[in-house]
Design a protein around this ligand. Structure first.
Ligand code: ZN
Length: 279
């Protein structure tokens, strides 16, 4: 898939479709407030501080002009099953407590600037994770697989239906943002060094995800997901060994297969500190 995700939190995938799959994200005001108050407790933990909890999802599915869904209950269940598989190591699990169809077909070609407020004022359940599935999503002018809000932001995730299928970890990527994970290639906090010396304060703020120089996600699944990006050395002239296997990167979804222990722990931390009102 070749779709460029742009936006706050997005998912990624480069399987075999033909759109761009990236998401640029910027934290909103409330999210920055929340993140500034967040006290990380996950450094130095190589094990996952598992916490078993089932969180409730309210699913909203856009209908097309013929009132077809394209993405119905079996597809939804398959998407949640993939999500649960990806989150099982940390104990967080998700179940759909209610599914609602959105008949206004204009929303099915979702444009965040025009539609987000209109949709969410009508379709929203407080204190649950609200996930909206639409045929296409345009976020700030860019076609994306999805986007979400960080802790401190809204309890909402917007997903393209075609990116919410088994084998595609875009929904897990968005859920990662929803629980406070940054992209592995994040530079808002400074560029992470290969030797890990600034891993707590730069990059994705996670130490067991190697420094990642590549927001384009250049890796080749045909040759063992070898990194093929143009940037090979960091500021110390150390060779990058990017985390091509990580859900929070933009590497092809054929290559991504995991979160790291510290990513799980950061998500659990942020769940406990910033999103513990979810039921
Ligand atoms: Zn993202």
């Amino acid at each position: 898939m070749n779709k460029l995700w742009a936006s706050l939190f997005c998912a990624m995938l480069f399987t075999s479709l033909s759109a761009q799959t990236k998401c640029g994200h910027k934290l909103g005001g409330a999210e920055i407030e929340a993140q500034l108050q967040y006290i990380p407790g996950y450094f130095g933990c190589n094990y996952i501080e598992r916490f078993d909890r089932v969180l409730q999802i309210n699913a909203f599915i856009g209908l097309d002009s013929a009132s077809n869904t394209v993405f119905d209950i079996p597809q939804l269940e398959a998407a949640i099953e993939q999500l649960n598989e990806d989150f099982e190591p940390c104990g967080l699990q998700f179940e759909v407590c209610k599914t609602t169809y959105i008949p206004n077909f204009q929303y099915n070609s979702f444009i965040n600037i025009e539609h987000e407020d209109q949709v969410t004022v009508e379709y929203y359940e407080p204190n649950t994770i609200n996930i909206y599935f639409f045929q296409s999503i345009l976020r700030n002018g860019e076609s994306v697989c999805g986007y979400a809000y960080f802790p401190g932001g809204k309890d909402q995730i917007f997903m393209e239906k075609g990116c919410s299928v088994p084998g595609d970890h875009s929904l897990s990527h968005e859920m990662g943002h929803f629980f406070g994970l940054h992209h592995t290639f994040e530079t808002d906090f400074g560029e992470e060094l290969v030797d890990g010396s600034n891993c707590e304060t730069a990059g994705d703020l996670i130490c067991d995800t190697p420094a990642d120089p590549d927001p384009e996600g250049n890796a080749n699944p045909d040759i063992g997901c070898q990194y093929t990006g143009p940037i090979t050395l960091d500021a110390n002239n150390d060779w990058y060994i990017p985390p091509v296997d990580n859900y929070m990167s933009y590497y092809p979804s054929d290559c991504t297969c995991r979160f790291t222990p510290q990513q799980y722990n950061r998500m659990l931390d942020q769940y406990h500190q910033l999103r513990n009102y979810l039921w």
